[in-house]
Design a protein around this ligand. Structure first.
Ligand SMILES: NC(=O)c1ccc[n+]([C@@H]2O[C@H](COP(=O)([O-])OP(=O)(O)OC[C@H]3O[C@@H](n4cnc5c(N)ncnc54)[C@H](OP(=O)(O)O)[C@@H]3O)[C@@H](O)[C@H]2O)c1
Length: 376
């Protein structure tokens, strides 16, 4: 099946019943269209396998992991979401964090019990068979020399992002050679990992294998994706995951959207209520063409197709420079420097405060407060 057809088929499914659609239609789809541009990019020309939660009914999952102890190292955004999802499914899991730190307190609030299911990091690694390194990426690098000797033969090392391993030259995270090293990277924040699981849905994730000493690494990654709350998972590599993740989040997701919204506001005091409330959710549910078609005739094509290429041309150099800085590791070094500071929480808060103080978002706050559902 061609990629284009596949996308159309998906959209048709979404239009029929978005809330309950089965992802089985995604499985084993073959993507054959290839894109050719001069900029570095991911070319969609491989067949893609999608694994589903239905491959792992709960009794099978519990049986598969019955002799394992998952040691969740770090209890931030991902640790919270993945840890609680695994615990709710009856998987044997413990948490390891700095004693007395913020995560330690949060873990206790979430019902992890010191000495039973909550331990200092080293002790949790010692007790665990699957070591899930969910420290922040900067912390993974800072703590690696102490933690690496504890990850002994027979254990499995798990990451939620390829960052530390792919940029080992900068992070120092060179994995022990005698353990399986796998990746389960949920495509969203840990809060979303948790919310979607509780809604009975399950986030999508990508899975990958960096080292397979047992011959079972991929199977483990598939099972663990379900254990931490994924609904379905795509196979990738550590490299592709990290390049696409760093590039994507710094691109449209964060840098692009903030920059475009602000530029539009500064040019014309235009708030973004219509985009966030009305139109963008339609793109998420049904695709861009559907959103265009849902607008009244005065606002829809040919305006959008005519203007789209202008924005594309203006933005392309920014994206190309961004991609280059991801690939050559400069973004990694920036991230390690910033998130490795003792004051990283305060410094990050300062950045958030700066955005919050911008007129567009102060206007946003006022406008949101006027929404009928908020006022009611
Ligand atoms: N957030 C996302 O959207 C997302 C999505 C997919 C994958 N990931 C990946 O998941 C992993 C975890 O990310 P996250 O967002 O959950 O991180 P996070 O919320 O920043 O969590 C940080 C954790 O690291 C601990 N920590 C920080 N510095 C430490 C140090 N020097 N020594 C020991 N512990 C330290 C913190 O403990 P304290 O409270 O004690 O400081 C906390 O438990 C990363 O590899 C990330 O790339 C994240």
């Amino acid at each position: 099946m061609s990629f284009a057809r596949s996308a159309t088929a998906l959209k048709a499914i979404a239009r029929q019943a978005p809330a309950v659609r089965s992802y089985s239609a995604l499985a084993r789809r073959a993507a054959t269209a290839s894109v050719s541009r001069s900029a570095p990019q991911f070319v969609v020309n491989d067949s893609e396998v999608v694994y589903e939660r239905s491959d792992w009914p709960l009794p099978k999952l519990q049986e598969y992991l019955k002799d394992e102890t998952l040691a969740m190292i770090g209890y931030g955004s991902q640790g919270h979401g993945q840890g609680l999802n695994a615990r709710d499914q009856g998987i044997n899991i413990i948490v390891g964090v700095r004693e007395g730190g913020q995560s330690w307190k949060e873990a206790i609030e979430d019902g992890w019990v010191p000495g039973k299911t909550l331990f200092p990091i080293e002790e949790a690694i010692d007790r665990g068979t699957i070591i899930m390194n969910l420290l922040s990426d900067a912390a993974q690098s800072q703590t690696w020399d102490q933690l690496k000797p504890l990850i002994t033969k027979g254990k499995t090392l798990y990451f939620a992002h390829g960052f530390s391993v792919v940029f080992a030259k900068d992070t120092g995270v060179v994995c022990p050679e005698d353990v399986d090293v796998i990746l389960v990277a949920p495509k969203g924040s840990g809060r979303t990992v948790r919310t979607l699981f509780k809604e009975g849905r399950g986030i999508n994730a990508s899975i990958a294998v960096h080292q397979d000493v047992t011959g079972k690494a991929k199977e483990k990654a598939r099972a663990l994706a379900v254990a931490v709350g994924s609904g379905y998972a795509y196979e990738t590599t550590f490299e592709k995951e990290v390049y696409s993740d760093l590039y994507g989040e710094r691109g449209v997701l964060m840098g692009g959207i903030q920059g475009m919204f602000k530029a539009q506001y500064e040019a014309f005091n235009e708030t973004v209520e219509e985009a966030t409330q009305s139109l963008f959710p339609l793109i998420g549910a049904y695709g861009m063409d559907y959103m265009f078609a849902a607008c009244s005739s005065d606002h829809r094509p040919p305006w959008c197709p005519r203007l789209g290429p202008k924005f594309e041309a203006a933005n392309r150099p920014v994206f190309e420079a961004l991609y280059a800085s991801v690939k050559d590791g400069s973004e990694t070094r920036r991230s390690l420097e910033f998130n490795g500071r003792k004051t990283y929480r305060e410094d990050f808060q300062k950045e958030l405060d700066e955005i919050d103080a911008q007129e567009i978002w102060r206007a946003g706050k006022t406008v949101r407060a006027l929404r009928p559902d908020v006022k009611a």
